[in-house]
Design a protein around this ligand. Structure first.
Ligand SMILES: [Zn+2]
Length: 285
C-alpha cells in the first residue's frame, strides 16, 4: 500500500509530465545530504545565530575578522563537499529537458558539479571573492591560500561545518587575524555572496523573472522560503497564474500557495521522482 509520501510523489510525477517547462528553485535542504548544514529547523526558525549582515561586514573590521577566520576553516569543507542524489536527480531532470531554469539560493556550487547547466545562483557563489573597491574578481582558492599564509595560528584550528562555508569556531580573540587585501588595489575583499540585508543584483533577478515568465510552473525544492528573495518567486508565480509545487521537509512560508507538497527529504524524494518519470516514459512508449 502506498504511504502518503509515495502518493504525493506519484502526483508530482504526473504534475511534472503535465508541465514540461519547470522553473526549479532550490534551497539549503538540497545540500544537507552533502553534509552542508541548514540554517533553519523544520519550523523555519533559526537553528543558530543569524548569519553576518552586509552592513555589519562593510562597517566593522572586527566582524570581517571573525567572518574570515571562520571561513578559513569552513570553506575547505564546502569545497570538498560532493553533490548528493538530490543534485544528481535535478541534473537528470534538466538533461531530460524538463527544466526551463534552475535557480538556487545555495552558494556551494554543487548543482554545477552535478552537471546542471545554466544555474542561476541567486545569492552568488562562495567560491568567488569580489573587491568592494575596484570590483576585481578573485578566486576563493587563492584568497584561501593568502588567508592561511597570513594566519598560521588560525589555519591549524578546527571547527564543525556551518552553513554557507562558515565554521563553528569561537576563538578567544580575532584581534590578531589578518585579512588579505585586494591584490589589484589594496581594497576590501568580500565573498561574492548576497549577505543578509543585501539585495539580489537586479540583472540576476531580471534573468530569473524572464525565465519564470516562460515556464509552466514553479517547483520549489528544499527551501523554507523564509528569506524574501526566495519567497517572492512563489508570489511572482502565483501572480502569473502558475501552479507551484514543492518538495521540502518541514513548514515553508508559502505552504498556502502550493498545489502540491511532498513532505520529504530532497534526495530520496527526487530519486523516486526520477524513477517514476522513467517508468511513466516507458509505459507510454
Ligand atoms: Zn580592488
Amino acid at each position: 500500500m502506498l504511504n502518503s509520501t509515495s502518493q504525493d510523489l506519484a502526483s508530482l510525477a504526473d504534475f511534472v509530465r503535465a508541465h514540461p517547462r519547470l522553473q526549479v528553485l532550490t534551497g539549503a535542504g538540497v545540500s544537507t545530504g552533502s553534509g552542508i548544514p541548514d540554517y533553519r529547523d523544520g519550523e523555519g526558525a533559526w537553528k543558530r545565530r543569524p548569519p553576518v549582515s552586509h552592513q555589519d561586514f562593510m562597517a566593522e573590521p572586527a566582524v570581517r575578522r571573525r567572518y574570515w577566520a571562520r571561513s578559513l576553516l569552513g570553506w575547505p569543507q564546502i569545497a570538498a563537499a560532493r553533490p548528493n542524489p538530490a543534485h544528481r536527480a535535478l541534473a537528470a531532470l534538466d538533461a531530460a529537458g524538463r527544466v526551463s531554469q534552475l535557480v538556487t539560493q545555495n552558494v556551494d556550487g554543487l548543482h554545477q558539479r552535478a552537471g546542471s547547466p545554466r544555474v542561476l545562483e541567486l545569492h552568488g557563489s562562495i567560491h568567488a571573492v569580489t573587491c568592494m573597491d575596484c570590483g576585481a574578481a578573485h578566486a576563493r582558492a587563492g584568497v584561501q591560500a593568502d588567508l592561511a599564509a597570513a594566519n598560521p595560528r588560525f589555519a591549524t584550528l578546527r571547527g564543525a561545518p556551518a552553513p554557507d562555508g562558515d565554521a563553528d569556531l569561537e576563538a578567544d580573540s580575532y584581534a590578531d587575524f589578518t585579512i588579505p587585501a585586494c591584490k589589484v588595489c589594496g581594497g576590501l575583499l568580500k565573498p561574492d555572496v548576497v549577505f543578509f540585508g543585501d539585495g539580489v543584483p537586479r540583472p540576476r533577478l531580471d534573468l530569473a523573472w524572464e525565465a519564470l515568465a516562460q515556464s509552466d510552473a514553479l517547483l520549489v525544492v528544499g527551501s523554507s522560503l523564509m528569506v524574501y528573495s526566495g519567497y517572492r518567486f512563489c508570489l511572482k508565480a502565483a501572480e502569473l497564474g502558475q501552479p507551484i509545487v514543492a518538495v521540502n521537509l518541514g513548514r515553508t512560508r508559502a505552504d498556502a500557495l502550493f498545489t502540491l507538497k511532498v513532505e520529504s527529504a530532497c534526495g530520496p524524494a527526487l530519486e523516486q521522482l526520477e524513477q517514476l518519470l522513467a517508468d511513466l516514459g516507458n509505459s507510454t512508449g
